[in-house]
Each structure stands twice: as structure tokens, then as C-alpha cells.
Design a protein around this ligand. Structure first.
Ligand code: SF4
Ligand code: SF4
Ligand code: SF4
Ligand code: FES
Length: 684
């Protein structure tokens, strides 16, 4: 269809709005309540336009284009109408800086000003120069408010982890409410009170934690003002969009965009790859705190009798090579984390086999034990989350999704809204249990027995009925959470074989798939290593006192009871590489900033030590070169698992050998809330 906008002949399609056609043709119309992925709302009215033949000024975001339509977006009347709408919005917003004649001259004192506890204007607002309202006012050329300005004097809500809420700055655009509703089908933020007193808050004035928020941060990303603001970067300047990358914290490997400082010397945030997308709390808020934590290992350190001394790469590498050269294959062990990249895992494997003549130990093997082979077979069958979009039945085994991996929740809710059956098996309170059609609830510790009943599907009652439904439903999906996958992989394998259902298995580790495809396991049993090379793995407690440790990690260990060398490893975002996600897809991550301090990519440290030992085949200069050698290597196969007694099993929320909550303060608050909820339920 043909239409005219600002004198230009344009094409539009049926169902398109005036705003969409304008944007397609680079015609700017101011907006505030519009947000990608959300249906038009029409509440801010800033997008008003003139349409020939209509006496009112319709909103461009809610008006569909029609053949022959003539639209003007910038007439004096429209500009004045928008200015008046802004004046009314600003009558309830701190405006001190917006119209201050010295507004741009107080930059030098801004740092001091921003320490103030009350936001009185843009210079004291965390969203300064990142605020859509500020931008709209500047574009409008507005010179003042012309109404008495009312400060709402609401208390800034700071009790929750991860983000603060200052509703004195809220313009009631509803983006936070609608984004939470569209992703989670719930209203954690909602309109409260009525009339002039209408504002956004939570029901019964609860904290977000008490209201059941998953802290996915989607509302923070959607908020156009400084109302909802991330604590960890509350007073940072406007970040710069870094490259698209992949979250390393679990096997879902969500795509994200890292945000850096303007000089690209630090990562100061992460956001979903697209506006309107979603990450879970770990990917959205965990990365910044982890990367910038004071315990980051930035220099090479040599440890002797509990004392650490600065060293350099040359000395450290030659000392490590000397120690290793004196150590036989039976006295050496190398443990590598399943959170490492494919390239790091490959080099660790190659080093252990070709240089030391032994097999590496995968740290995660201690978590899966003899079930590691079954987990490898399950991961070979596992499909990406998208398979749930067509499922008629989703059978959810042990997935929690309250905080970590909350990205799964929208898939389940969409399936439910489509009419798919949702059955969940879990002993504890969990998110899918809140809306499942059937919750099979064994007592804690008897989950395996219920799984066996499901496999048999003979008994009367809900378990047998659920098992028969699973077998008879075409396009059913078995969705396996990290806890069940680690505890009952054999039973899950038999249930999948008996039902023929599609499988979506979600291991906790970011790259377990990559590690198992390489055939890493724990087939060597070195009872008392003389030299232990730990790559992203924690220092085990049950070691002989004279074990020499090569500790290669992004963060320093909390204790250094052994002599050894601390080798600083570049973190996610500081180096490039790849992971294999839970659906078998290769995901890449890129370097957005330089490695912190003296740290080096993990694979490079391994190569330097191998070269110092005079071994050929370790002359790689990039992750891409390693990837190309890996491509020609045959896939490995996990064989018998024989765990050394000293190997420590990683927890579900560990990353590179430490609990993520050690570095990310808010996660500790969530874990404790979750523990209390579970204890409360058990006590009931
Ligand atoms: S953080 Fe996520 S779950 Fe919590 S209120 Fe915001 S959008 Fe809703
Ligand atoms: S809190 Fe932010 S997103 Fe929510 S209504 Fe207010 S201004 Fe809009
Ligand atoms: S679901 Fe997993 S991959 Fe996605 S953001 Fe969370 S921790 Fe990262
Ligand atoms: S953007 Fe159209 S009414 Fe708000």
C-alpha cells in the first residue's frame, strides 16, 4: 500500500503501524512507552502525528497504516502537543538540571554531586546521558515546565539485590510491567494506588525478592529512565556496546552483549543480545561483579611456605617446566574445569597426553561419578530449548528455574498458554510447580524410585498415568535440570529410551558438552600427585602436604596451603574461544577487552609450559588455530571413570572452581532466600 509521510511517498504493509513504517524509512518519531517485542501501549502519547482527514492527533505506535494515508510528523502543532505532554510528565519528575542554565557547566563537580542520596536532577541521576526522557526533552527544545513541580518524595527501594528502584523518577510508561508480563506471565512490578497517586510498585509493597522476582533484569533494561538501575554500575558513565558473545555460566550458552567502558579497558555490564530478550540473573548481573572482583588474579605469583612472591612469566614457566620434567606420569595429575573453552580443554588434554603421558581429569567427573558416560550419551541426544515451542507435553524433571536458568520459564509458559500439558517431578518448591498441570512430588531422596515407576508406567495413580501419557504423546519433551542430570542419568536414559521423547538436558557446567565430546573423564587414578596442575579447578583439601600446585585460574584461591605457582588466566570477555551448548551447537565468545593485568589465555599458558619442556606441536598463536587442529581430531569417548580420592566435586553454581556467589554478592542473598523457602516448606 502507498502512503505519504512528510511529503515522501512510502510503501507500507497491512498490519504495520505508522511508527514501524516511519522507522523503516529513517523518519524519527519520539517515543517513550514503545519497546521492542512488546505490543503497542499508547500511554505516553509522545508519538502523536497528524493524519489528513482526522481531527485528533493519533499515536503513531497504535495507528495502522492505510492505503493513501497522508501523515505529518513534525508540524508546529504536533511539536507543541509533544512539548505539552512532556511538560505534564516533568511536573512530577526531578527537573533541576534539565532547564538549568549551568546544566552543562557543572561536569567537573558532577562526581561529587552524584554522591548525593536524593536524585534532584540529571546530574545526580545514575541514568544521566543514558536516559530516554532526557533525550526526548533535549530533542524537543523544551525550555521549562510551566507547572508547579511536585516531588513525590518516595523512599528509594534498595533492599533487593542487583537493582535499586527510585519511583520518584518513574514516568509510568509501563515498560517494566509489560516486559515482566510478557516474559514471565506475572506482574512482579504492577500499578499500585489510583488516580493522581498511581505509581509502579509491587503488590503489598513487597520487596522483589519476596514477590518471587527471578532477577532476570529485563525490567531494568526496559526502563527508559533512572528508576530501575543496576547497583553494580550505578555511577558508571554510559557504557559502550561490546561484541556479541556467549554466557559462560551454564550449558544454555545464552547469547549476550558485553558492555565496556568507553576506553574498552573493563567490562562493566552484560545485556541480552537483543532489546526485549532475556538472560538469567547469572548472565545479566553476575558477569560484571565476577570480572571486576578484587580477588582477580592479575599477576604471576610464586608460593613458598604460605608466602606469595611476585614473579614473571619467564621464571614461572621455566620453574613449572623444571618441576614437571622431574615428575613421572604416575606422580602427575591435571584437573581441568568443564567451564573452560573448547580450545583450553583441547590443549589441557593434549598437554597431559603428549607431554606428561597421562590422561587429564575433568573436574566435573567428581559430580557425575560413574554416570558420566550416561550424561555424555544424553548430551549427544539433547536438543536446544526451541524444541519446546512445538511440544504437546513437557515433562520437567528436577528443573528449578527460580533464578539461575530462568530463561526456560517463558518457554514453559508459552507452551502452557498454547494448551500443552506440563508435568513436573520435583521434591522441592520450584518455578514450574507453580503452573504445571500435574506436579509429581516425591519426598526428598526418593526421586529415583518415582523415576523407576515412571519407566515402568504400570501402576495406577498419577505416576503411572503420567508415564503412560509421556509414552503416548507425540512430540513430548523431557526437560532435565542440572540436579537430576547429575544424580540419576542412568534412569533418565532408560526413561528417554522407553518413551522416545525429545530430550532437553541442561547440565550446570558451561562446556560439559565440549569436554565430553573430547572424551575427557577421569580414567587415571593418581593417588598422591607430586605435581598437580589445576586449570580452572579448586585446590583439593585432601592432598599430601608436599604436593606442588600449578594453579591456573582467573581468580586467586582463598587459601594457598601448598608450594606452587599461581598462573593468571584471562577471563571470559578477555579472550576468544568456543563452547558446545546443551543442544550440541558450537557457540563462540569474543574478546571485548584486553586480559586483566599479566593474565594470558588459558591455552597460551599451557603452550608456553609445553614449549619450555621442549615439546613440539604447541606453537599455536590463536584460539582459531587450535580450533582448526581440533576439527581434524576424532571425537573422544568417555570410558570408565575412576576418581582420585582427593578430587572435590564441584557444586551446581560453581564456576572455574569457586562458588559464583563468592564473587557476586547478590547471588548469596538469593541462595539464602531459596534455602529458607525450602526449609520452611520442609518444616510445614
Ligand atoms: S527482574 Fe525479571 S522477573 Fe523480576 S520484575 Fe524484572 S522482569 Fe520481572
Ligand atoms: S519504572 Fe521505568 S519502566 Fe517502569 S513504568 Fe516507571 S519509568 Fe516505565
Ligand atoms: S541461563 Fe545459563 S547461559 Fe543463560 S544467562 Fe543464565 S547462566 Fe547464562
Ligand atoms: S510511544 Fe506511542 S504512545 Fe508512547
Amino acid at each position: 500500500m502507498k502512503l505519504t509521510m512528510n511529503g515522501r511517498e512510502l510503501n507500507g504493509k497491512p498490519g504495520q503501524t505508522v511508527l514501524q513504517v516511519a522507522r523503516e524509512n529513517d523518519i524519527f518519531i519520539p517515543t517513550l512507552c514503545d519497546y521492542p517485542g512488546l505490543p503497542p501501549h499508547g500511554s505516553c502519547r509522545l508519538c502523536v502525528v497528524e493524519v489528513a482527514g482526522r481531527s485528533n492527533a493519533p499515536t503513531a505506535c497504535t495507528t495502522l497504516v492505510e492505503d493513501g494515508m497522508t501523515i505529518e510528523t513534525e508540524t508546529p502543532q504536533i511539536r507543541e502537543l509533544r512539548s505539552e505532554l512532556l511538560r505534564m510528565l516533568l511536573a512530577e519528575h526531578p527537573t533541576a538540571c534539565l532547564f538549568c542554565p549551568e546544566g552543562l557547566l557543572c561536569q567537573e563537580s558532577m562526581v561529587t554531586l552524584r554522591k548525593t542520596g536524593v536524585t534532584t536532577g540529571c546530574r545526580t541521576c545514575p541514568a544521566d546521558k543514558q536516559c530516554e526522557l532526557q533525550e526526548m526533552v533535549e530533542l524537543s527544545g523544551l525550555q521549562g515546565v510551566a507547572y508547579p513541580v511536585r516531588y513525590r518524595a518516595l523512599r528509594v527501594e534498595k533492599e533487593d539485590p542487583f537493582f535499586d528502584r527510585d519511583y520518584n523518577l518513574c514516568v509510568l510508561c509501563g515498560r517494566c510491567i509489560r516486559v515482566c508480563e510478557s516474559l514471565h506471565f506475572t506482574n512482579i512490578p504492577t500499578y499500585v494506588q489510583r488516580g493522581d497517586e498511581t505509581r509502579v510498585g509491587t503488590s503489598f509493597e513487597q520487596t522483589h525478592l519476596a514477590a518471587g522476582c527471578s532477577f532476570c533484569g529485563a525490567c531494568v533494561d526496559a526502563c527508559p529512565t533512572g528508576t530501575l538501575w543496576e547497583k553494580a554500575r550505578k555511577w558508571d558513565n554510559k557504557p559502550v556496546d561490546g561484541p556479541l558473545s556467549t554466557c559462560p555460566f551454564c550449558s544454555l550458552s545464552c547469547e549476550l552483549r558485553v558492555l565496556t567502558t568507553r576506553s574498552a579497558d573493563a567490562i562493566i555490564g552484560s545485556q541480552p543480545a537483543e532489546a526485549g530478550g532475556m538472560l538469567c540473573v547469572k548472565g545479566r548481573f553476575g558477569l560484571t561483579e565476577m570480572l571486576n572482583h578484587p580477588s582477580r588474579l592479575k599477576g604471576v605469583l610464586s608460593i613458598e611456605q604460605g608466602h606469595s612472591m611476585r614473579s614473571g612469566w619467564e621464571d614461572a614457566v621455566s620453574n613449572a617446566a623444571e618441576k614437571l620434567a622431574k615428575c613421572g606420569a604416575n606422580d602427575f595429575a591435571l584437573v581441568v574445569s568443564a567451564s573452560c573453552s573448547n580450545e583450553e580443554l583441547y590443549m589441557a588434554d593434549k598437554f597431559a597426553r603428549e607431554v606428561m603421558g597421562t590422561a587429564p581429569i575433568l573436574g566435573a567427573a567428581a559430580r557425575y561419578g560413574a554416570g558420566l558416560g550416561a550424561v555424555g550419551r544424553l548430551l549427544a541426544l539433547s536438543k536446544p530449548l526451541d524444541v519446546m515451542e512445538q511440544a504437546n507435553l513437557i515433562f520437567c524433571l528436577g528443573l528449578d528455574a527460580s533464578y539461575a536458568q530462568s530463561v526456560v520459564e517463558p518457554y514453559l509458559k508459552r507452551a502452557k498458554a498454547r494448551g500443552a500439558e506440563l508435568i513436573t517431578l520435583n521434591a522441592a518448591e520450584h518455578v514450574p510447580g507453580r503452573f504445571a498441570s500435574m506436579w509429581l512430588r516425591p519426598t526428598a531422596g526418593t526421586e529415583q524410585e518415582m523415576l523407576e515407576e515412571l519407566i515402568q508406567s504400570r501402576a495406577d495413580g498419577p505416576v503411572g498415568e503420567a508415564g503412560r501419557l509421556l509414552r503416548s504423546t507425540n512430540g513430548a519433551v523431557l526437560l532435565i535440570g542440572p540436579d537430576f542430570l547429575s544424580r540419576m542419568p542412568d534412569a533418565i536414559e532408560r526413561l528417554q529410551a522407553a518413551s522416545g521423547a525429545n530430550l532437553v538436558a541442561i547440565p550446570a557446567e558451561g562446556n560439559l558438552g565440549g569436554a565430553l565430546r573430547l572424551g575427557l573423564g577421569a580414567a587415571s587414578n593418581c593417588a598422591t600427585p607430586q605435581v598437580l596442575y589445576l586449570i580452572g579447578a579448586p585446590i583439593p583439601e585432601a592432598l599430601a602436604a608436599n604436593t606442588f600446585i600449578l594453579y591456573q585460574n582467573t581468580h586467586a584461591p582463598s587459601d594457598t596451603p601448598h608450594d606452587g605457582i599461581l598462573l593468571p588466566m584471562a577471563a571470559f570477555g578477555e579472550t576468544e574461544g568456543s563452547l558446545l551448548d546443551q543442544g550440541g551447537r558450537q557457540k563462540h565468545f569474543s574478546a571485548a577487552v584486553a586480559p586483566a593485568g599479566e593474565s594470558l589465555p588459558g591455552w597460551e599458558i599451557i603452550c608456553r609450559i609445553a614449549r619450555a619442556m621442549g615439546k613440539p606441536g604447541f606453537n599455536f598463536t590463536s584460539a582459531a588455530e587450535i580450533a582448526s587442529e581440533m576439527a581434524s581430531a576424532p571425537a573422544g569417548l568417555v570410558r570408565d571413570v575412576e576418581l582420585p580420592t582427593w578430587l572435590k566435586a564441584p557444586g551446581e553454581h560453581d564456576f572455574l572452581g569457586s562458588e559464583l556467589s563468592q564473587w557476586v554478592a547478590g547471588l548469596a542473598a538469593l541462595e539464602s532466600a531459596q534455602r529458607e523457602e525450602k526449609q520452611g516448606v520442609l518444616a510445614d
